[in-house]
Design a protein around this ligand. Sequence first.
Ligand code: AMP
Length: 106
Amino acid sequence: MTPEKTLFSQIIDREIPADIVHEDEKCIVIHDINPKARVHLLVIPKKPIPTLFDLAPEDKDLMGHMMLLLPQLAQAQSLDGFKTQIHTGESGGQEVFHIHIHLLGN
Ligand code: AMP
């Protein structure tokens, strides 16, 4: 049986619409549908890793890539500061089990 595609994989594959602000070979960046700040972006790897607990050593470059992207995205949104959040596991408030970094700024 093929495992069910995550919501974010469906967005990456253009099966569900989203407001995309950036895409490259490793990740996609969208506006959160329920923003908690004036700017609320989600940085999502194309690889559907469920949670930070599932990271493997080979994901180092991918995670580094997304971290380096954060200040670039913030500057493109004219932010001079921002917060980041990564929810991990149900008890960590995670709702979508496909790793993503929240970027929040006002
Ligand atoms: P979490 O898993 O708790 O880190 O949060 C998942 C985030 O995904 C929430 O902030 C939701 O508002 C956001 N979200 C859920 N569905 C969509 C969607 N279709 N497009 C954009 N953002 C979404």
